[in-house]
Ligand binder design. Structure first.
Ligand code: RIB
Ligand code: CA
Length: 315
């Protein structure tokens, strides 16, 4: 069976690192682009290049937006440490970004693989929103957009907003309103899908790649314990990738998703209309045509087992 063609737009980020290595192992990872988010564009780009170097992955990387398309520039989040990827000494990058902005790289890659490319957004949506504005034909060129972002319930960065959408809500709104088929893995499921202490120990005892990932996830789990009392290192981002490898590990509901832009307390919230309205009810009270497959449940233990096995397979 031919592997799904995918491009990952990311902000490494501990879970981004795992998502890149996982996708490279199981899918046709055509490229990586970076976006501000977990840390500065310079740091997330260096981090992504180090991950590609660690995995000995010959995959082009394009650097992208340093700030949101509309809102204020963010100060780096601290969940991922000062560098954005604290916890281990990754190899220095053995390559540089390509000489093309991420926005143009996304457009050119989609154009070269019309109808086939899945675009994964596992950081803020700034690059993808600008790409959709710059090249409206993207809406027909892209097979699907898979997003780690939003939530059907509680958030992480605020009570009701998840970080990736909150970091550039105007950009996320452009993506959800684009008409491209969307698959959304939100914080409601990803916060409960992570590696535990025993799995992290197994990774630490693995080969070079697995050991570095184990050290990263040991740090990330410690931070998650510190802030949220979680006892796992949530694998948020790989939840956006895994359905193209194993299509039975996440359950979805097709519904309308809107992004709140103005609420004083709710800016960056994804409003997922999960009501079971009748035809009449939808006509009278619906919030819009369903525009996304929204993750409702994961088979977390099986999903994480595949991820851990994949990291160990790098040696
Ligand atoms: O809210 C989780 C998301 O924020 C993940 O993509 C993580 O990498 C951070 O960017
Ligand atoms: Ca991320």
């Amino acid at each position: 069976m031919t592997k799904t063609k995918i491009l990952i737009d990311c902000d490494p980020g501990h879970d981004d690192a795992v998502a890149i290595l996982y996708a490279a192992r199981h899918l046709d990872l055509l490229g990586v682009s970076t976006c501000h988010g977990n840390n500065s564009i310079e740091n997330v780009t260096r981090n992504a290049l180090s991950v590609l170097t660690l995995g000995k992955l010959d995959i082009p990387l394009a650097q992208g937006c340093a700030e949101p398309i509309a809102g204020p520039r963010l100060k780096p989040a601290n969940a991922h440490g000062k560098s954005g990827l604290d916890g281990t000494d990754l190899p220095e990058p053995d390559r540089a970004p390509i000489d093309q902005h991420a926005v143009d790289f996304i457009i050119d890659t989609a154009s070269a693989h019309r109808g086939e490319l899945v675009l994964a957004i596992i950081g803020p949506s700034s690059n993808v929103a600008l790409a959709l504005k710059r090249e409206p034909r993207l809406t027909s060129w892209l097979r699907e957009i898979t997003i780690m972002g939003g939530s059907t319930g509680l958030g992480n960065i605020t009570p009701l907003a998840e970080f990736n959408v909150w970091a550039d809500p105007e950009a996320a709104a452009v993506v959800f309103d684009s008409g491209v088929p969307i698959r959304m893995a939100g914080y409601n499921v990803t916060s409960r899908t992570g590696t535990n202490a025993e799995e992290i120990e197994r990774l630490m005892a693995g080969g070079k790649v697995a050991h570095h990932i184990g050290e990263l996830l040991r740090f990330y789990r410690m931070r998650q314990q510190q802030f949220f009392g979680l006892d796992i290192a949530p694998m948020h981002d790989v939840c956006a990738i895994i359905p193209y490898v194993h299509d039975n590990l996440i359950d979805y509901r097709h519904c309308h998703v809107g992004v709140e832009l103005n609420g004083k307390l709710t800016r960056g919230m994804t409003v997922c209309d999960l009501r079971t309205l009748t035809e009449e009810g939808r006509a009278a009270r619906g919030s819009g045509e369903p525009n996304a497959l929204v993750a409702i449940e994961t088979k977390a233990r099986a999903l994480i087992g595949h991820v851990v096995d994949t990291m160990l397979s790098y040696g």
